[in-house]
Design a protein around this ligand. Structure first.
Ligand code: NAI
Length: 450
């Protein structure tokens, strides 16, 4: 659904909105929309550790303009603040303050990325753990302070250093327009798995794209977020098998025609769903996107069994059963990658959505607990939790609730289906296999359950 207010404050109502102190969301630069002037602007890398220097070197090798010292007065496309060697709270001060001083030089839709150690409570020195956790507070708060479509996110290193392939890939993702609607999030890299990728390859498309040569099954692909996932994965080079209910057959065929994909009409709750999915890809499931989902909202006091059971069956049990059956029957290819749709409702809870939130929180648990098995097959499993996304589902909300939901995020607008799809395409790529068991929110840092 179109966000008319966003158009108006970027057009005729700009001055009035400013005078009245109304929210002034900025049109985000998405993939393919970034001005050349932005792309050629420098990235400032702050921090004195060897890791900071290695990140600066990596950026230079990938043709970024790089600065190592603040205060040049130039406009910046990004600041990367590297805290990877911080061991006590005092170690944060210099880089944090330099970061603060550089914020006014950021271009619109710029990026701030913190890089730090992940919290590892078992065996970690308490002061070191406190310092690690402090960086997450800094990053999340800074994301709330960002203006003009800019974002702040963090990269957490869990037993790996900045050279890990997925740490580099995560930097490309967070620096790129593909993460336009991701803000206030921390992404953990926990292994050196993953293929090295250059920045130019990360944004290449078609046969040169990061998913070239791979086949992706996308459930619920007939419309909404699922259709956007199919288009984005196809753009990045994947062959698509789109799955949806027989009733949605026509819409599914239209999307698959557009992306040159194949259709599979299937109810994912059916007993033979796993076997039919596998059969559609010669019993070698490579990329599987569990996107199909439903809502049947009611307050718990008014909840009936059909609402509760159907939501749990589609959103959670089908995923769990399909993963288990494919795993038991060795139908996952080596290096296979699964990405599931969770929701911010599954993190924060939402009135009227006990069934839906239970199913989506369940997906987060399922993902975390499946990581080890996928890692052993050299693959990964992750979830993406969208916030308010402009789809048929959110178009049904009452107008005022919809307006409030849009503005209650740091980016002051709803996301688009493509924003969710971009995060999924990244997590499904071979370069991201060192990220495993995570849930990444794509919510513009929605205030609900932040
Ligand atoms: P949608 O309702 O527009 O599309 C869902 C698709 O899944 C439909 O094509 C439907 O036919 C298909 N489907 C439903 N049950 C199925 C089954 N048993 N077997 C096969 N296909 C089935 O939904 P939307 O908005 O695109 O959401 C996609 C996913 O993203 C869902 O998992 C949803 O819970 C999640 N999500 C959406 C948000 C939003 O703001 N729209 C926010 C957070 C999460």
């Amino acid at each position: 659904m179109k966000d008319t207010y966003l158009d108006l404050v970027n057009g005729p109502l700009k001055q009035i909105a400013k005078t009245l102190g109304l929210p002034q969301p900025v049109k985000l630069q998405r993939f393919g929309q970034t001005p050349a002037q932005y792309l050629s602007a420098p990235v400032l890398v702050l921090g004195t550790s060897p890791g900071a220097q290695r990140i600066a070197d990596r950026l230079l090798e990938n043709d970024f303009e790089v600065r190592r010292h603040p205060g040049s007065g130039e406009s910046l496309r990004a600041v990367i603040a590297v805290f990877d060697d911080a061991r006590e709270p005092d170690d944060l001060s210099q880089t944090a303050l330099e970061l603060g001083a550089s914020l006014r030089s950021l271009l619109p839709c710029a990026r701030v990325i913190s890089v730090s150690q992940a919290l590892r409570p078992e065996g970690q020195d308490p002061e070191e753990a406190a310092t690690a956790q402090a960086v997450t507070g800094l990053t999340r708060s800074l994301a709330h302070e960002m203006r003009a479509g800019s974002t702040a996110n963090g990269l957490l290193l869990d037993g790996v250093d900045v050279d890990a392939a997925s740490a580099t890939a995560a930097l490309w993702f967070l620096l790129s327009a593909k993460s336009a609607y991701v803000s206030g999030q921390l992404l953990t890299v926990s292994s050196t798995a993953g293929e090295e990728i250059r920045a130019a390859e990360f944004v290449a498309t078609g046969d040169a794209g990061p998913l070239a040569g791979r086949t992706a099954i996308v459930t619920g692909a007939a419309r909404g977020i699922g259709a956007a996932i199919a288009r984005t994965l196809a753009r990045d080079g994947a062959q698509i098998v789109g799955v949806d209910m027989p009733q949605a057959g026509q819409a599914l065929a239209a999307v698959m025609n557009e992306v040159g994909g194949r259709t599979l009409q299937l109810d994912i709750t059916s007993d033979t769903a796993a076997e039919r999915l596998a059969a559609a890809v010669d019993n070698q499931v490579d990329i599987l996107i569990h996107n199909a989902g439903i809502t049947r909202d009611k307050l718990l006091a008014n909840m009936d069994a059909s609402r509760w059971d159907s939501v749990l069956a589609v959103n959670l049990q089908s995923q769990a059963r399909i993963n288990a059956r494919l795993g038991e029957a060795n139908l996952f290819a080596s290096g296979s990658q699964v990405v599931s749709l969770a929701s911010t409702s599954g993190i924060a809870g939402n009135r009227g959505q006990t069934n839906y939130a239970a199913s989506k929180a369940g997906v987060i648990g399922l993902t975390a607990a499946s990581a080890q098995a996928f890692g052993q097959r050299s693959g990964s499993i992750n979830a993406v939790a969208p916030g308010f996304i402009e789809t048929d589902m959110t178009a049904k909300m009452p107008a005022l609730t919809r307006q409030v939901a849009r503005r209650l995020s740091s980016l002051q607008q709803g996301g688009l289906p493509v924003d969710v799809a971009e995060a999924i395409a990244f997590l499904a790529s071979a370069s991201a296999r060192g990220i495993n068991g995570q849930t990444l929110r794509v919510c513009g840092q929605n205030m609900v359950g932040a």
